[in-house]
Ligand binder design. Structure first.
Ligand code: HEM
Length: 414
């Protein structure tokens, strides 16, 4: 690719500045369009609902070759759905749309709730629990059961640790990255064996479970997925589901900072619990942006975007835009009550229609698990000991430094 003159490579700045990297560069430009270079390539940063409409038009942006190897080797897996376009993408995406429905998301949330109740029964009053770690393990138990993946109790901590590591290490060149790569290697090998076991008839997963759907899936050319690729996509179901533990820890943080929300969660107000989950996803940091490549020479609001340039859509900036949200740095679940959320309104997991583009298919699971556990957290009588509750926006993905430690007490009756 031709080098654009006069624009310095900003990869190191992106690693150091984290969530503010793209917003700051957009703000510096009169047009609101950031022009920079990442990994030696031209990159253009856009933000807002119209930008999201533009970005999610496949005629404009393609994903093939857009996802850097360090991200594929840790977060998504080589050859994952995230890297496909057109018919190949839609055929592969069907796996996730079949596996995650509103109904199945509720079943998943029920299984995770059971895992919470079992764990809570073992908590000793006054003995500190790290919410992030505990949530990662209970979601691992719940999602593996739901996905038809056999998992024995002694294996839960290692599997949960690996699934968290793959998310934690995708945006850093240091030891976290290598931990993520090793974790991926281990888990792809594990799940490949399982898929082979299903195809050989030795394992019989429930019809419609993720393991069963991935094992029998056929690509557009009628071929089944190789065991490794099947493992990649199975991981693309369970890994992000376990990553909801980031938001569960944020829920603990939010209820600690704004305890007034406890009462409405306790009162069984499902509408409020759903709004609370949406506000957690909007307010707290997770995915900073998504990226693709310009399919051809493009023009966005009079600004030229050359063919093959990287195009980055600023999700964090969108979710904290003063014009869109009024007081974006105020945590206010009520902002999501009384109206349906538009496809380009709240974008922590992408925008538009997940059936026809790359928007995350896991939002029903994320919201169901999150609101279910937020209610349980609100119900839990606990103290919050002295700890470092800092959330650094320089670290991607951000997380609460202490993981949110609480000391359980007796349950509060609802
Ligand atoms: C912690 C909660 C989650 C966050 C923050 C999150 C975020 C995202 C984001 C930002 C994207 C990229 C959208 C794009 O490229 O335009 C995405 C895609 C995806 N997510 Fe999620 N996600 C979460 C939970 C889930 C869950 C529970 C699943 C379970 C199925 C899931 C499966 C996927 C898959 C398969 C894709 C790729 C879709 C495609 O390329 O068509 N995610 N997610």
């Amino acid at each position: 690719m031709r080098r654009s003159r006069g624009v310095l490579d900003s990869s190191m700045a992106a690693l150091l500045e984290g969530y503010s990297w793209l917003p700051v560069r957009r703000e510096r430009s009169a047009s609101g369009v950031a022009r920079t270079r990442v990994l030696g390539q031209r990159a253009v940063g856009l933000c807002g609902p119209d930008a999201a409409r533009f970005f999610y038009d496949e005629d404009h942006i393609r994903r093939h070759t857009a996802i850097p190897w360090p991200v594929q080797n840790t977060l998504f897996g080589r050859g994952a759905v995230h890297t496909l376009d057109g018919d190949r993408h839609r055929a592969r995406k069907n796996i996730f749309l079949e596996v995650v429905t509103r109904e199945s998301a509720e079943t998943l949330a029920g299984m995770v709730a059971t895992a919470w109740d079992d764990a809570a029964a073992s908590w000793e009053p006054g003995r500190p629990v790290v919410l992030f770690d505990e949530a990662s393990r209970m979601i691992t138990r719940g999602v593996c059961r739901w996905a038809g993946i056999p998992l024995t109790e002694p294996d839960v901590p290692a599997v949960a640790g690996d699934l968290v590591a793959m998310v934690d290490g995708f945006a850093t060149p240091g030891p976290r990255h290598w931990r993520a790569r090793l974790a991926r290697g281990r888990r792809e090998a594990w799940l490949s064996r399982l898929v082979t076991g299903v195809r050989d008839g030795g394992i019989s997963p429930t019809a419609g479970s993720a393991l069963e759907v991935v094992s029998r899936h056929r690509e557009v050319d009628g071929e089944e997925l190789s065991p490794r690729l099947a493992a990649v996509e199975l991981l693309n179901v369970i890994r992000p589901t376990v990553a909801v533990c980031w938001f569960v820890a944020y829920a603990g943080h939010a209820l600690h900072r704004w305890p007034q929300h406890r009462q409405r969660l306790l009162a069984g107000d499902t509408g409020f619990a759903t709004a609370f989950a949406h506000e957690l996803r909007r307010f707290y940091p997770f995915a900073p942006f998504v990226g693709g490549r310009a399919a051809r020479d493009l023009t966005w609001r009079g600004e030229h975007i050359p063919r093959h340039a990287m195009v980055l859509l600023d999700l964090w900036g969108h979710n904290h835009d003063e014009e869109l949200w009024g007081d974006p740095y105020t945590f206010r679940p009520e902002r999501f009550m009384g109206h349906d959320i538009g496809p380009f309104e709240l974008v922590p997991q992408g925008a538009g229609d997940p059936h026809s583009n790359h928007r995350c298919p896991g939002e029903p699971s994320t919201v169901s698990v999150l609101r279910t556990l937020a209610v349980r957290l609100a119900r839990l009588h606990h103290d919050v000991p002295e700890q470092d509750l800092t959330i650094s926006l320089h670290r991607v993905p951000a997380r609460i430094r202490s993981g949110f430690v609480f000391a359980p007490g007796r349950p509060v009756s609802s």
